[in-house]
Design a protein around this ligand. Sequence first.
Ligand code: BG6
Length: 791
Amino acid sequence: MFVTVSLLLVILCVQGGHGEGREEAQRPGHVSVVIVGATGDLAKKYLWKGFFQLYVNQVSRGNTFSFYGGGLSPADKATPLFFEILKAVSCPKDVSQERCALLKEQFLRLSQYRQLKTLEHYQDLAKRIEKHHQDEGMTEAGRLFYLSVPAFAYADIADKINNSCRPTGGAWLRVVLEKPFGHDFASAQVLASQLESSLREQEMYRIDHYLGKQVIAKILPFRIENKKFLDPIWNRHHIERVEIVLKETLDVKGRIPFYDQYGVIRDVIQNHLTEVMMLLTMRLPLNLSSSEEVARNKLRILSSVLPLVKTQAVIGQYRAYKSEVQQELNKTKGHVSLTPTFAAVLAHIDEAQYEGVPVLFISGKMLDERVGYARILFRNDVFCLQSHDSVHCKPKQIVFHFGHGSLRYPAILVSKNLFKPVSTDGEWKEVTEHSDVNVLGLPVSDYYVQTPTEQREAYEELIPHIFAGHKNSFISTENLLASWALWTPLLNSLDSSFPLIYPGGADNGDLLDVRLTGKDISYSSEVVIISPDQMGGASANGFQVIQGKFRNAEMVSAWAEELLEQLAADVQEAAEAALRESGVFHLALSGGSTPLALFHRLALHHFSFPWRDTHVWMVDERCVPLTEPESNFNALHNHLLQHVRIPYFNIHPMPVQLNHRLCVEEDRGAQLYEKELGKLVNGSSFHFVLLGAGYDGHTASLFPGAEVGELGESLVALTESPAKPHQRMSLTFSAINRAHRVALLVMGKGKHELITQLSRVQDNQGKWPVTGVKPAPGRLVWYIDYDALLG
Ligand code: BG6
């Protein structure tokens, strides 16, 4: 039913001021709470306590409640256990024993267990709820379903709820879901679309319990309250580094069937720590209670995180994990799992405010202590010669201390050499009595410390938000998918990487310390210990870069990723050499899809590349406006130029459009480019030219059959392509062969045939234009990946 009227509902919702992300108005009435998975661990430990607390707080505020515990077991079997759990629920601290006993009795009377397995069970539940309303003459406020069940059951339960349990007459429906929300981008997308066929976005509450932790929930309010102090320093000029850390001492024994498929990045980094990163770096919302604005700003910052590649992560696995896996998954002694139980990932955000600021995510099991925190470490530009103990010499930092650790309580700590934070929130207080502990290198007395007046569990915080329809602390579909889009490529690239084996606990010593070098991260202990049995049968040699000869020129070959790494390093080396010699680097780049991966790599490592003194030229261009997606310049702009700090004056697109027309000989575009080249590039000799090779043997836009050898001395010419758009502008062999260095990049299985042919044929520019690339006295290097080389 929902599916057919969903469009109408969306229109009504928007028109009625009830749109996506806006909080639903609370009308008093009867609320039915249904926990599916009512006797499971989570429900037992947190959920019933949270809902009892909700009941205690709401009972005098005009709402009435019914509580249903649902599960697969029949009612006669599960009911005793269900009531045992409910009876054991503790009382809120601020309620007297007597009052609590009374309320508990009422709570038990309002609760019942129901088997929820088949559609009929859900239909019966709906009938029961409706009859209850009729019998008691109550208005319905809403229905809250909390799915505390494995994620594979979500789609089916959501479908049953949609088919049988939707309230009518303007009451709300809210369905709460617990992670995991997928395993990677594709599976998260499938789950999201399954859920979307049953539930509206505003009805779904995806829980990330970290958003209910008091310190994390306070990050945005803290940033707003202290805006006047933070605005001048919350940027790349002052922030040295951001660290988001979750250290745990426990292992994952008992959870291996789940954990072995997920690992630490999926388990806590993709969700909990990423949420913290967004709260720390997102643009502050004008209206903190607008979940729409908060979600939008979060999405924006998440989308600005630069793509993560393998060199930006290190992974580890605690030593005993292997045997735990063998035991819990019934595997043989030889079985090896590569699942990481520890990871450190270095990210960067592509926003001017945070350019170059390392954002470090770290989490692991079996570490030396249990602690969670986010630290903003500021630069300290004071050089202390002798007075190391004075306050201005000490680290300047803000620590959002989620809990545990040596401090033992949740707190926000601001080092005293920064500023004294303000708090307008009565639920937080300043701590002035300090125990003798250190927090991240500073005695706690060197900080201004704020802590919640009353400590509450994450679920106690989140359940009232669900009840109130506040969506701020929950994950929207769009943000969930954006987070997976960020993490999935990294997860894929780490798929067959060997984790560093660590002993666990204090014995880890400095083994898991990491070093940040530019964009990359590595273990700081140089020797990576991989025990032979962890290696299984794989050989580490498969990943080498090899040097050889191809068509009498130099050749570098490797798997794609390593090949691009080598090529990027060679471009950089050429740039640095050119700068030393002439103070400027002239680089000509070709179009097509092969160089895009190199562009990404150059964009990722742009911090260390001398873009300021680099001039970028085009090897060739298609005769289309530069704003069109087919334009080579357009691709170069989107994949590289917009990500690097290169002066506009150093960018030289080809003038294919002059006098409002494209590539007309009389407009003399080619000559114009040649003139510019002659004026700026010494001897018209580029320092580096990047070329590709087409299946038909073309290079630049010099195609077989065309009279490419007859372009004489011209450096730039209009040429014809067999593919659309037919007209091109291209550097000629005269220009290419004057370069100091030429790289010919050939990648992918599809090019294997070409490489085989090229390895056999004689030079023949007319038939195989690429064979005409012979820089003299420059150097030609072929970069051919293993797929193209070996097929
Ligand atoms: C859970 C993870 O989401 O978060 C666990 O599945 C992890 O592996 C836990 O231990 C950490 O939460 P907290 O609240 O104990 O820091």
